[in-house]
Design a protein around this ligand. Sequence first.
Ligand SMILES: Cc1ncc(COP(=O)(O)O)c(C=O)c1O
Length: 403
Amino acid sequence: MPNNAALYCRLTLSQQKQQVAPLDWMEQVLQQRQQDSLLRVAVPTKRLSPTLIEIDGKQLVNFGANDYLGLSWNSKGLPTIRPSATSGSGSAPLISGYSQYHSDLESAIARFEESEAAIVFSTGYAANVGTISAIAQEGDLLLSDSLNHASLIDGCRLSKAKSIVYPHNDIQAIDEILKQHRASFRRCYLATDTLFSMNGDLANLTEIARLAEDFEMTVIVDEAHATGIYGSHGRGWVEECGLEDSIAVRIGTLSKSIGCVGGFVHGSQVLVDYLRNFSRTYVYSTSMPELVAWNAAKNIQKLSKMNAERSQIRETSKGYRSRLISAGLRVPAGDGPIIPIFLESSVKTISTSHRVRDLGFYVPAIRPPTVPDDQCMLRVSLSIHHTEEQLDKLIVGLVDAVK
Ligand SMILES: Cc1ncc(COP(=O)(O)O)c(C=O)c1O
């Protein structure tokens, strides 16, 4: 069992690459927790049987799992190499639901992202809600893009900070809000998707980072859709913009390009330790099954080597958007794999979606309240496995359906 008293010896934060000054306050809060004997650490726990666990090589009878009927366990037991035996982790991570597989996944994410540390949540939604609400507090100012994903919005709603929604990607509006309000608040945060999940465009991160520096603002990004697609190593839009040392709080999901389920946050060790102690969606929620953690770590390794596929999907998207535009559809230029086809009303959107479905294509209709009234769309999400023929036929079907 790691010794709590020793934990903060490793936090020589000012020397560490990813330390960003605005998060220094977390170290003090954690030190206070440690002094009060309240600091929490996640301890890898190996499940040996429905009632036995091993911690630090010591076998223990587990009275800390909620797997009341033993359904997360099968009689074959847990193989030593591959965690195929349990369908559930049995508990929250700080009780007995944090295994070596979870720990290995966090290390794999930190390595992939070249960050000091990472923490895994059971979903991307939980990562966003739990991170924003834990960090932005009463007396703080929290800015949020109007097209942010619901999980960021809900994080802002749960936070006790003063939350202001700015018009989508509007740098001038952010500047004005900061000029008007920044001085009245202790700390300031801005939360944004990087690749926006509905209209598929990208946050103007370079300008946001510039404002962050000018106004002492900490940027929190959700790279859910950008991980694996952008950046020369697939680390996302922050990597592609060259801002890895400027953005302190980076959130991702395991459910999109990584092909599993779960969410994560990476950054400095102090950020991760802080979230492990204060993020309620982490502390009070059962961790993902070991099999998922194991799979996600494997997929991250694969993802880091998929440069050709990254280029392919971006090239395909760029070309496909041009073809959709040439076919007379209202589609923005770009190279992200989420392609919106804007339609004039929710009625038109739903009827078009039904018509293309009759032709053999599932293209979801996105309507309010997910998007504003004037941004109803069909959302085409591309895969590298779509064939030329499928893509060609969809264009024909779409053109026919919108008539
Ligand atoms: C931008 C964005 N963030 C977070 C999430 C939530 O991720 P998860 O599905 O892993 O909970 C989604 C899900 O679609 C998303 O689009």
